[in-house]
Design a protein around this ligand. Structure first.
Ligand code: PLP
Length: 458
């Protein structure tokens, strides 16, 4: 008999978590104005809010932290971290920052001018924010297939070369770079194929436009290339990652994802000119060039994290867990963005809560229902997150309305996945009785989902 699959690690340290009663959760959610970001973490049983900075570090990472060199300039920890980045990416110039959006801030302060056009396969919200706040335009060039949640294709995160070429042709001289996000977070943690990376890169270079890789989940993307793309089955994750980066001119990184640390980020490139340009913004915003917002011990942990997370076993354990949750949802007939993404499952709330009108935020309603059911904190990636149109101030109801179940790295077991699936099934089974949603009572002008206050209707 073939042995079943199991995790590629064992547990050395644990953190207790606590269940609560439905009455307690009713009270807490009310106090949090039906916004899960305003809950206290101790009021949560299983936390699927994000996979960003929420992973568990290994014994190797924790022991590396003890060797942190906290020198202001030229710390040994910086060189360890820089060497790890160079080895994995092939980029020789490395600028540390405190997280991914800080890397964007430094790079874009140097590169983005008002009126610029910056195409990308669904820019992440902070990336888009950093482009739009500089009065430039982020244009989505993701393939149209990504919008059909039930369509199963292996590389649903791909960029569309036809859409890109049209933009490059019509905006010569006004596209400072494009952003290729791997995996494509916004459309559900869907991967980009090597063939697509190659084609998009060649197209950009034909027009003299550099490629910036938003690399938060580059290792998960490499895993999907290895397991789904012909010709890569016998290559290592490190070989695949190196090839991916060979088609890019620069990368920004949120190390809180595939770096396996709780805080950190960086920019890496081989372009001397960009490196020099970024230095001028790193120093005032982030700090001196050999720490840029990170402690020496954090850079040490990151060097080890990058090495560990570019090993096949680690990635297989993670992605199989996400797939396991997806299989459980399949048993119950719960619709989600198919196939399962690398870091999360995105449940199609619009087709679950069919009686709740768009104006009453079905995905946010489902998020609240799941919390009330079992103390599970997921998050809305839908109409609240989409904000209002900057000109008309109308809610943007044209995208998808999803509930994201985001899985932290090395934190929960498949028993927790079972609890999540059954809790969601219980909500799903009574979906016909959920006819009213939520109404906004207070909201901020930008990125409202973090602080919005809502009232339950009906
Ligand atoms: C998380 C993320 C960022 C921003 O990184 P932070 O570390 O949260 O600032 C940028 N791009 C992508 C694709 C991300 O997932």
């Amino acid at each position: 008999m073939e042995l079943p699959f199991a995790e590629s690690w064992k547990i050395k340290m644990v953190e207790p978590i606590h269940k609560s009663t439905r009455a307690e959760r009713e009270q807490w959610l009310k106090e949090a104005h039906n916004n899960i970001f305003m809950l206290k973490a101790e009021q949560v049983y299983i936390d699927l809010c994000t996979d960003s900075g929420t992973g568990a570090m290994s014994d190797r990472q924790w022991s590396a932290m003890m060797l942190g060199d906290e020198s202001y300039a030229g710390a040994n920890s910086f060189f360890k971290f820089k060497d790890a980045v160079t080895q994995i990416t092939g980029f020789n110039f490395v600028i540390p920052t405190h997280q991914g959006r800080a890397a964007e801030n430094v790079l874009f302060s140097y590169l983005v001018k008002p009126g610029n056009i910056i195409p990308g396969n669904a820019h992440f919200d902070t990336t888009k924010g950093h482009i739009e706040s500089r009065k430039a335009f982020a244009i989505d060039i993701t393939i149209d297939e990504a919008k059909d949640t039930q369509l199963e294709i292996p590389f649903k995160g791909n960029a569309d070369p036809k859409k890109l070429e049209k933009i490059l042709e019509e905006n010569r001289g006004n596209v400072p770079f494009i952003v290729l996000t791997v995996t494509n977070n916004t459309v559900g943690g869907q991967p980009v194929s090597m063939a697509n990376i190659k084609e998009i890169s060649a197209l950009c270079h034909k027009y003299g436009v550099p490629v910036v890789m938003d690399s938060a989940r580059f290792a998960e993307n490499a895993y999907f290339i290895k397991t789904r793309e012909k010709g890569y089955e016998n290559k290592t994750i490190k070989e695949i990652a190196k090839e991916m980066f060979s088609y890019a001119d620069c990368m920004t990184m949120s190390a809180k994802k595939d770096g396996l640390v709780n805080m950190g980020g960086f920019i890496a490139t081989n372009k001397q000119e960009w490196f020099d340009g970024c230095k001028a913004f790193c120093i005032p915003f982030e700090g001196y060039l050999t720490y840029g917002g990170m402690n020496g011990r954090d850079m040490n942990a990151l060097a080890v994290g990058l090495d560990e997370n570019t090993e096949f076993d680690m990635l297989q354990t993670r992605i199989k867990q996400v797939e396991y949750l997806a299989q459980r949802l399949d048993e119950f007939g719960i619709p989600y963005q198919r196939p399962a993404g690398g870091h999360a499952i995105f449940v199609d709330a619009d087709s679950v809560l069919t009686h709740v009108p768009k104006e009453e935020f079905p995905a946010q309603t489902l998020t609240c229902e799941l919390y009330l059911e079992a103390g599970i904190r997921a998050c809305e990636i839908g109409y609240l997150l989409a904000d209002r149109d900057p000109v008309t101030r109308q809610n943007r109801f044209n995208g998808l309305d999803l509930l994201r179940l985001c899985i932290p790295r090395r934190v929960y077991t498949n028993n927790h996945m079972d609890v999540i699936a059954v809790a969601l099934k219980n909500v799903y089974d009574r979906r016909e009785t959920i006819t009213r949603g939520l109404e906004i009572t207070w909201e901020a002008e930008l990125m409202r989902h973090f602080t919005v206050q809502l009232k339950r209707l009906g």
